[in-house]
Design a protein around this ligand. Structure first.
Ligand code: NAD
Ligand code: ZN
Ligand code: ZN
Length: 365
């Protein structure tokens, strides 16, 4: 990546040997260190100098040791916006100097579904998330290599801030995907379980579909308050069963969006939906043996959907809504920290201290 020569020394080559990044060494062990300067993975790849990167609840699954990873010693993170500093010879849609956002999840970039942005349904089964193993190093760093750049990136348009761009790489698409899978009709009642950044994005996106009421459920008072500000009806988790029953005359809500990923909350979602209702799970749970209350789902005629967000596929809908001011997701950023403070940023986010909702990292510091 190009950058000013240190202390005015003449540059020996166009490329410095290393950049700084947050390296995952194991659960609760994230360190800001030098890593090799990324190069385009192949002729279809690009390198992006990271302007801002965010920490995601999904990173916390690695940090907490709940998600098995193939190895360690890789740069973590998958929510990045920045500037293209290098492109491979077959990249056609981007030039050096373009400011872009990078999808947190990518596919092969060659199959019909990837071409439609449905990277999580890649026909070659090459769906990959940045920063969960050495095979595709992540973006909480000064620079990140992006394979299949033409399909993984989008230029940041006028009217979209870099903070908003970062949210378009994962959690706003995830909230939108959760709301879409919930198939909300105008006037309906919806419950969102979990008011972390993803749940709050799901709340914002659910409201695009015109529900009469969105019950917003969590255990953390500040998060309930944030949901109230964004138009939800805050309901503390320990009161939710009773509250929802009362509010719907014992019927249950039309749709539930689950944005936690815990066994318990997935089961609650199935219980809180009305007969004929929809359950939409975007919380990450990778248990192969989660007991599923089949009798309940069958007898209530429930629709159950779950999935990672097909991030690029959501951009044609979401980018104009953000640029036009109809969606203002940036409220979720509560902390802006230097990349060098990465270890502390993870501790703060994992322990939910200081009212933290989402942390934005500045790799120039
Ligand atoms: N499907 C996707 O594409 C996708 C993308 C990004 C994140 N995710 C997942 O979404 C989930 C949420 O991410 P986040 O960044 O908001 O994380 P987060 O950890 O900040 O939020 C989780 C929230 O759930 C709340 N919670 C925990 N137990 C609860 C309970 N029993 N009842 C009610 N609320 C409870 C917590 O208080 C917290 O506010 C994670 O599992 C993450 O991996 C999925
Ligand atoms: Zn994420
Ligand atoms: Zn594909």
């Amino acid at each position: 990546m190009q950058r000013p020569e240190p202390f005015g020394q003449p540059r020996l080559s166009g490329r410095l040997p290393a950049v700084r990044g947050l390296v995952f060494h194991g659960p609760k062990d994230i360190r800001c260190e030098s890593v090799p300067d990324p190069t385009p993975p192949d002729a279809r790849g690009a390198v992006v100098r990271v302007e801002r990167a965010a920490i995601c609840g999904s990173d916390l699954h690695l940090y907490g040791g709940h998600l098995p990873v193939p190895d360690s010693g890789f740069v973590i993170g998958h929510e990045v916006a920045g500037e293209v500093v290098e492109t491979g010879g077959e990249v056609s849609d981007f030039r050096v100097g373009d400011r872009v956002l990078v999808a947190g999840v990518i596919g092969c970039g060659r199959c019909p579904r990837c071409h439609r942005g449905e990277v999580v349904r890649c026909e070659r089964l090459e769906t990959r998330v940045f920063g969960v193993g050495s095979a595709l190093p992540g973006g909480q760093a000064e620079a990140v290599a992006v394979p299949g750049a033409d399909f993984a990136m989008r230029r940041i348009p006028d009217g979209v801030s870099v903070e908003q761009a970062v949210l378009l790489t994962d959690i706003l698409p995830t909230g939108y995907h959760g709301a879409r899978m919930a198939a909300i009709a105008p006037g309906e009642s919806v419950a969102v379980i979990g008011l972390g950044p993803v749940g709050l994005m799901a709340l914002l996106c659910a409201r695009l579909f015109g529900p009469a009421r969105v019950f917003a459920i969590d255990t953390v008072p500040e998060r309930l308050a944030a949901a109230g500000e964004l138009g939800g009806i805050p309901v503390p988790a320990d009161e939710a069963t009773e509250h929802l029953a009362q509010a719907t005359a014992g019927q249950g809500v039309d749709a539930v969006i689950e944005a936690v990923g815990a066994d318990e909350t997935i089961l609650q979602a199935l219980q809180w939906a009305r007969a004929g209702g929809r359950v939409s799970v975007v919380g990450v749970n990778v248990r192969p043996d989660l007991p599923f209350p089949m009798g309940l789902a069958l007898m209530k005629n429930l629709t159950f959907r779950a999935g990672l967000a097909p991030v690029p596929e959501t951009w044609p809908a979401l980018v104009p809504l953000v640029a036009g001011g109809e969606l203002r997701p940036e409220r979720v950023f509560t902390h802006r920290m230097a990349l060098s403070e990465g270890a502390e940023a993870y501790r703060l986010f994992a322990e939910r201290r200081e009212g933290v909702l989402k942390v934005l990292l500045d790799p120039s510091r």
